[in-house]
Design a protein around this ligand. Structure first.
Ligand code: 5CA
Ligand code: ZN
Length: 409
């Protein structure tokens, strides 16, 4: 699949800082030490209702990760998937009497437009589950032949007991895993499984559902976790720097993905850091497609809200916190954007060298975007109150906000 166009990232004076980030697997901060090419996999959307503010907040977090790396003069190798065939997508298409491929294509296009408007950096490889199937089938065959997977009425399940590291991403107890598995696409109640948590790798063709050639597996379609593993291993390989997603993906999705990859390669770790963004809520409940309590990026854009203001709203919340979308948080961002734009449109201003370092330091410290915004606010307040004579300063501020926060002033 094609991704979306990249906006330019201006180079900043001085030196960027290495990123220290909270890793779910170790439960603490980790200073990442990527090579000259940093590798990141971010789980993409299931395209049946795109793009709500929860999605946008999560992709914003991983966009910041890349901007910090780019500022250290590294290259970034970024891979993202689109879960363009899965139960919830098929259910929605059925419910609305529409073709599931058309639904997926329409929502994926909308997502691309939203990402472009929000100035999110595009992945170099944007891969759909359907196009990944020829790569998924041999992996499932290998897992089965190695004894890490088994058949149940034609479906193939992964055996979580085949991975000695299983549980090492989310560190949940068995009961919590069971509950989350039932809630998030698993089938712990199905009789005949070796372990109730075992996730499906390959689902044998069902009447009236799309299916593909699975060679020795028979016709069917892939499970969710193996989809991301196949794409990540194909384009990044083991031991990549960051596996990203919202906190609802820590279990089962990222736990199972890590286990699939360990069982396939005999290597550990799958990702050096597992990074999870908090959940955005509306009216007190997590924004979710299944509940329908959504605020869409595209709807706000249509109402004439500046995408830069949407982005500033996301940045005003720490990526790991759970927060509530309200009109007030958007209004604050609209006002902040107007003040920032006025301040940088003057020909001179107070010196900005310290500001570059403050924004760098804030982001390098577990992506503390709210602290970065406060640093810019301080420069803007000084500009409004006293002005300054430094001719390059407004340009430096503008480029800093653009390069590190993805906001064009
Ligand atoms: N296709 C899978 C990942 S392989 C999937 O989870 N798709 S999704 O469309 O449901 O979510 C896409 C991304 O947005 C995931 O990282 C998910 O954790 C994140 N996300 C979903 N809802 C919210 C929310 N309310 N707040 C923050 N992030 C969210
Ligand atoms: Zn995924």
């Amino acid at each position: 699949m094609h991704a979306w166009p990249a906006s330019e990232v201006p180079a900043l004076p001085g030196k960027g800082r290495d990123l220290r980030i909270h890793d779910t697997a170790t439960g603490g901060p980790l200073t990442l030490d990527p090579g000259p090419v940093a590798r990141i996999y971010v789980c993409g959307i299931t395209p049946y209702d795109a793009t709500h503010m929860g999605h946008a907040a999560t992709y914003n977090a991983f966009d910041l990760v890349q901007r910090v790396w780019l500022d250290t003069k590294r290259q970034v190798h970024y891979v993202q998937n689109v879960t363009d065939v899965d139960d919830p997508l098929l259910e929605r298409a059925n419910r609305d009497g529409q073709d599931w491929t058309e639904l997926a294509e329409r929502e994926t296009s909308l997502f691309r437009e939203d990402m472009t408007a929000l100035r999110m950096l595009p992945p170099q490889h944007y891969i759909g589950a359907v196009e990944a199937i020829p790569g998924i089938v041999p992996l499932v065959e290998r897992l089965r032949d190695a004894g890490a997977a088994y058949e149940l009425d034609g479906d193939i399940y992964f055996s979580v007991e085949s991975d000695p590291h299983f549980g090492g991403v989310s560190h949940l107890d068995a009961e919590a895993m069971r509950l989350l598995s039932a809630e998030r696409g698993g089938d712990p109640e199905r009789p005949g499984k070796k372990n109730p948590l075992d996730p499906m790798l390959w689902m044998a063709a069902r009447e009236g559902e799309p299916h593909w050639d699975g060679r020795s597996l028979g016709p069917g379609r892939p499970g969710w976790h193996i989809e991301c593993v196949a794409i990540a291993l194909d384009h990044l390989g083991m031991g990549f720097d960051v596996q990203g997603g919202g906190s609802d993906l820590a279990f089962p999705h990222h736990e199972m993905g890590a286990s699939h990859a360990h069982a396939l390669t005999g290597e550990h770790p799958y990702a050096k850091a597992y990074v999870h963004a908090g959940m955005v809520a509306l009216h007190g409940e997590k924004m979710s497609k299944s509940k329908g309590n959504l605020v869409f990026v595209s709807a706000l854009r249509r109402q004439g809200v500046d995408p830069a203001a949407i982005r500033l709203t996301l940045l005003a919340h720490h990526y790991r916190s759970d927060w509530e979308w309200t009109d007030a948080v958007l209004d604050e961002a609209v006002e902040r954007l107007a003040r920032w734009r006025a301040a940088v449109s003057r020909p001179d201003g107070p010196p900005a060298d310290a500001l570059v370092e403050e924004v760098r330091a804030a982001l390098a410290d577990d992506l503390n975007a709210p602290a970065a915004l406060r640093a810019v606010d301080r420069w803007v307040a000084l500009q409004e109150r006293e002005g300054g004579t430094d001719e390059g300063a407004p340009g430096v501020v503008s480029r800093t906000v653009d390069a590190l926060l993805g906001v064009a002033l």
